[in-house]
Design a protein around this ligand. Structure first.
Ligand code: ADP
Ligand code: ZN
Ligand code: MG
Length: 486
C-alpha cells in the first residue's frame, strides 16, 4: 500500500468524531439510571422511550461534565447553546428524532496534543456538542435471531458529548494516538469511564486522500462506530489503501458511509451520499436554551484536577524526570498519584519512576490489573527503594522481594530479614568468597593474569553467584581485582 501511495504521492486526510458517554448517574433528559449491564429495557421510562407527551428535563451533571471536557481541551464554552431535533427513522430511536446540538454547540475550538515520532502536534477541534445516545439493536443470541431483531433501550437517552476534530490528522497512527489522548483526558477529568468494550467511547473516522501539495479536500468516506484504537487504525489503513487504489485506477471516490468488519479487516459500504438522511434539524421546542453562566463555568474550572500535560511538565521540572518518564507516569491519574506517593516515601524520584515504570507496570500488565488494584502500597514500595538506596539489598534482590511483597502483602524489611537477603558488604565475608573463586577457577585466573582482561567479568559473575547474588557488587569487584592484580 505504502509503495503505491508514494508512487502517486497521495496524502491521507483524516478527521474524527468521537462519541463519549458522560459519567452521570442518570440519563440526559430523565431520571433513569445511566449504567451498563442491566437486563434489557430495565432502565427506561416514558421520556427515554419517546412516549407522546413526555417532556425532557436537562441533567445538570451532564452539562457540568461537558463543560469540564470543553475546558480540558481548551475550547471556548458558549454561554448559550441550543438543542435541536435530528430527525431520522431507525428502530433504536424511539422518538423518531435524536436530541442533539447542531447550529449552536456548547463549545467550539480547542485542541488535542498528540505525541508522534518524538515530537508533539496540536490537532484542532471544531466543536464539542451534547446529545443523547440511541438504543441498541440486538441481532444475535435469540432462537429466532435469523428472522427478528430485538431492541434494548437502556442506552436510549444516555448523555454523550461528540468531539469533532478538524481534518488535520494525516496517518492512521496519528489518528489512533489522537483517540488515545482524548480518552486519557476524558477519563482523567472523570467525564468518561474509558470503557470501550462497553461502548462508552467510540468514534467515526472520516477519511479522504488528495495529491500531496493540494490544499482543497478530497471526497470523504465516513467509517462508522469504531470502538478500539486498533480497529480505528486498521480501518483507516484499509480505507486509505482502497481509496489510493481507486485513484490509481482512475475511479471516482464515492462519498459514502462505510462499516469496518474487524474479522475481515476491511470496510464495506453501508450507504452512499444519495441515500444519506436529510435530518431536517430544527430547534427542540421542549427544551430551553442551555445557559452556562460565568459563575458555573468558574465553578467547574475550579473543580478540575491538574491536567496530564501540566502534571507531566511539573514532573520534569520538580522531580527532574526525563520527559519520557513523565509521559508514562501521567498515563492515568491513578498512576501519577501512585508515583508521587512512592517518590515522597523514598525521597528518590528517579528511582521511584524506574520502579513504577518497570516492575509495577510489568506486574500490573501480567495480572491484567489496574493501578487501583496494585498489590503493594506506595509507602511499602518507598520503603523497599530505601533499602536499595541504603545498600542493604541490591536492585536484583529487591525485584524478587517486590514479587514477594506483591504476593504476600509483607513489608520489604520483614522479607529481607526472614530470608537473610541483606547484601554482604562485609570485607571478611567477601574476601572468603573471592578466595573460593580464585581457587576454583585456576584457568580463568591464569588467563586473566596472562592479559585476557575479558575473563574478569566471568570471575565477577562466579563470585556473585557464590554469594547467592547478595554480595555488594562494587566492593566485590574491588576485592577481586586487588586479589588478581597482585
Ligand atoms: P458532515 O457534514 O458530513 O458531518 P463535517 O464537515 O461536519 O462533515 O465533518 C465531520 C468530520 O469529518 C470532521 O471531523 C471533519 O474534520 C472531517 N472531514 C470533513 N471533510 C473531510 C475530508 N474531506 N476528508 C477527511 N475528513 C474530513
Ligand atoms: Zn428514562
Ligand atoms: Mg457534521
Amino acid at each position: 500500500m505504502t509503495a503505491i501511495a508514494s508512487r502517486v504521492d497521495l496524502e491521507p486526510v483524516i478527521g474524527l468524531e468521537i462519541h463519549a458517554q458522560l459519567r452521570t448517574a442518570t440519563k440526559i433528559f430523565c431520571g433513569c439510571p445511566a449504567r451498563f449491564g442491566e437486563a434489557a429495557n430495565h432502565d427506561v421510562c416514558p421520556v427515554c422511550l419517546g412516549m407522546p407527551g413526555a417532556l425532557p428535563v436537562l441533567n445538570g451533571q451532564a452539562v457540568d461534565l461537558a463543560v469540564a471536557a470543553a475546558l480540558a481541551f481548551g475550547c471556548a464554552v458558549h454561554e448559550t447553546s441550543v438543542f435541536a431535533r435530528k430527525n431520522y427513522f431507525y428502530p433504536d430511536l424511539p422518538k423518531g428524532y435524536q436530541i442533539s446540538q447542531y447550529e449552536r454547540p456548547i463549545a467550539t475550538g480547542g485542541h488535542v496534543t498528540i505525541q508522534v515520532d518524538g515530537g508533539t502536534r496540536a490537532i484542532r477541534l471544531t466543536r464539542i456538542h451534547m446529545e443523547e445516545d440511541a438504543g441498541k439493536s440486538v441481532h444475535e443470541g435469540f432462537a429466532d435471531s435469523d428472522r427478528r431483531t430485538y431492541l434494548d433501550y437502556n442506552r436510549a437517552g444516555v448523555p454523550l458529548i461528540e468531539i469533532v476534530s478538524e481534518p488535520e490528522l494525516r496517518t492512521p497512527n496519528e489518528a489512533a494516538h489522537y483517540f488515545e489522548s482524548v480518552r486519557r483526558l476524558l477519563v482523567w477529568i472523570g467525564a468518561n469511564d474509558g470503557n470501550m468494550e462497553e461502548g462508552s467511547l467510540r468514534c467515526d473516522a472520516n477519511v479522504s486522500v488528495r495529491p500531496r501539495g493540494v490544499t482543497t479536500l478530497g471526497t470523504k468516506v465516513e467509517v462508522k462506530n469504531l470502538n478500539s484504537f486498533r480497529y480505528l487504525q486498521k480501518a483507516l489503513e484499509y480505507e486509505i489503501a482502497r481509496q489510493t487504489d481507486c485513484v490509481i485506477h482512475g475511479e471516482r471516490i464515492v462519498q459514502e458511509t462505510r462499516l469496518f468488519d474487524s474479522a475481515l479487516g476491511r470496510t464495506f459500504s453501508m450507504r452512499s451520499k444519495e441515500e444519506a438522511h436529510d435530518y431536517r434539524y430544527f430547534p427542540e421546542p421542549d427544551l430551553p436554551p442551555v445557559v452556562v453562566s460565568e459563575a458555573r463555568r468558574a465553578r467547574v474550572a475550579a473543580s478540575m484536577p491538574e491536567l496530564p500535560d501540566d502534571r507531566s511538565a511539573r514532573f520534569v521540572r520538580d522531580y527532574r524526570l526525563p520527559a519520557y518518564d513523565a509521559g508514562v507516569l501521567t498515563e492515568s491519574r491513578g498512576l501519577a498519584d501512585y508515583f508521587e506517593r512512592v517518590a515522597a516515601a523514598c525521597g528518590n524520584p528517579k528511582a521511584a519512576s524506574n520502579w513504577v515504570m518497570g516492575e509495577v507496570l510489568r506486574v500490573l500488565k501480567a495480572r491484567e490489573a489496574t493501578i487501583a488494584e496494585v498489590g503493594v502500597t506506595a509507602e511499602a514500595l518507598g520503603a523497599l527503594i530505601r533499602l536499595v538506596d541504603g545498600g542493604t539489598i541490591s536492585t536484583t534482590v529487591a525485584k524478587g522481594v517486590f514479587e514477594q511483597m506483591y504476593g504476600t502483602g509483607q513489608d520489604a524489611a520483614a522479607i529481607v530479614e526472614a530470608q537473610g537477603l541483606a547484601q554482604v558488604s562485609d570485607d571478611g565475608a567477601l574476601h572468603t568468597i573471592v578466595q573460593q573463586v580464585v581457587a576454583a577457577q585456576p584457568d580463568a585466573v591464569a588467563q586473566y593474569r596472562a592479559g585476557k582482561k575479558a575473563t574478569f567479568g566471568f570471575l565477577v559473575g562466579e563470585a556473585m553467584r557464590a554469594s547467592g547474588g547478595k554480595a555488594d557488587p562494587k566492593r566485590l569487584t574491588q576485592l577481586l581485582r586487588a586479589t588478581l592484580d597482585v
